[in-house]
Design a protein around this ligand. Structure first.
Ligand SMILES: *Cc1c(COP(=O)(O)O)cnc(C)c1O
Length: 368
């Protein structure tokens, strides 16, 4: 049987049907409906954030928050992320400036940020990669000193806390993705969490054509609203999210046990004081004892589907080729991690015997 890299979490069929039943009474399918408002309230609590602006996906949420801040100039970000992070910056007419990452948790290396700041820098967009939290204390201090905005791409950090404090509480705003493949999903979906009421109000306009009332259109907004069926899926999935994290932790722990102590394989670290969400299981192969592409091919032949996530680096994408500042040799750690990385299958109901089969496949793929 094929093992895919992920498997979307879904509630019982009956649970979802029960959740959407009332939509057949109200015929209210989108535009700030009851399901959306209920989910928003629950997420404010879960993410420990006073304002959570709901979106139809995470990418448009990120584009909207950058647009809402009316930024101009350069934005410091990481090349070690999903396409969305840099695309959102570029599509807002901003210039990304790439900072290298840490070799232990793959987040932006805060000690390298200040050297990249110029008089054009307006913001920093770091990413909590694989649910590993950025050094928010250091990043937020640098931002304060230089008067920069900080927008976290927290697409991987749903349910992650440090000393009990949710990732959503860092910086000026955090974007979350509720895409089908993420730890918590609304099929497609996303949100911006912030402490800033004015930003929240602006985001509401940004996602609804800039319309503020029946006869008032103060702004040129787009359309990025979450609909009631998405929100209903979220309400169901949120009920199971903590048990989902526990089941993922079991998979994570078994991988750690079976792959630990093998030369040439680097396993994910656990950050101090951080409760993770176990959304991905990233492994590095050193290129000598194990070669990433060989392991990938051998597993694929066994019908086990892993993902080179993130490879290639954003700075190596075809669409950015030759553009000023897009140079992967300027971020050597990101480049080397990207060449060695493989994320293994991880979802709550991945069976122990499948995990054993995956690990045996990896270990049998040793190069020397
Ligand atoms: C998934 C993801 C996004 C985009 O979110 P969507 O909801 O798919 O639009 C952005 N950044 C990162 C790091 C992601 O993993």
């Amino acid at each position: 049987m094929a093992i895919n890299v992920t498997r979307s979490s879904m509630p019982a069929f009956e649970e979802y049907c029960e959740e959407i039943r009332e939509l057949w009474d109200t015929h209210w399918l989108t535009n700030n409906g009851i399901k959306l408002r209920t989910l928003q309230g629950k997420l404010q609590e879960y993410l420990q954030s006073p304002y959570v602006a709901m979106f139809t996906n995470g990418h448009l949420a990120l584009e909207a928050v950058l647009a809402s801040m009316e930024l101009e100039g350069e934005v410091i970000t990481t090349p070690y992320s999903f396409a969305s992070t840099t695309h959102a910056i570029v599509r807002n007419g901003l210039k990304p400036v790439f900072c290298d990452i840490r070799s232990d948790d793959y987040t932006m290396d805060a000690s390298k940020i200040e050297a990249l700041i110029t008089d054009k820098t307006c913001a920093i967009v770091p990413v909590h990669v694989y649910g590993n939290l950025c050094d928010a204390e250091a990043i937020d201090a640098i931002a304060k000193k230089h008067n920069l905005k900080v927008i976290y791409d927290a697409a991987h950090a749903f349910g992650v806390t440090k000393n009990g404090q949710a990732a959503a509480t860092f910086g000026d705003a955090s974007m979350f993705s509720f895409h089908a493949t993420k730890m918590f999903n609304t099929i497609e979906g996303g949100a911006v969490a912030t402490n800033d009421k004015a930003l929240y109000d602006r985001l509401a306009l940004e996602r609804n054509f800039g319309i503020s009332g029946p006869e008032d259109v103060p702004m040129i907004g787009g359309n990025a609203k979450m609909n009631e069926f998405q929100a209903a899926m979220g309400l169901c999935n949120l009920r199971h999210v903590d048990e989902n994290i526990r089941a993922r932790k079991h998979v994570h722990d078994l991988y750690m046990e079976l792959l630990g102590g093998h030369e040439g394989i680097t396993l994910p670290i656990s950050q101090v004081d951080v409760e993770g969400c176990y959304v991905y299981f990233p492994v590095l192969f050193d290129g000598e004892n194990y070669r990433r592409d060989e392991v990938f091919d051998k597993l694929t032949a066994l019908d086990i589907h892993t993902r080179k996530y993130f490879y290639p680096l954003i700075t190596d994408f075809e669409c950015y080729r030759g553009m000023d500042g897009f140079d992967s040799s300027a971020t050597p750690i990101a480049k080397s991690v990207s060449d060695q990385i493989l994320t293994l299958p991880l979802y709550p109901d991945l069976a122990d015997e499948d995990i054993r089969r995956i690990c045996a496949g990896i270990l049998a793929g040793r190069h020397i």
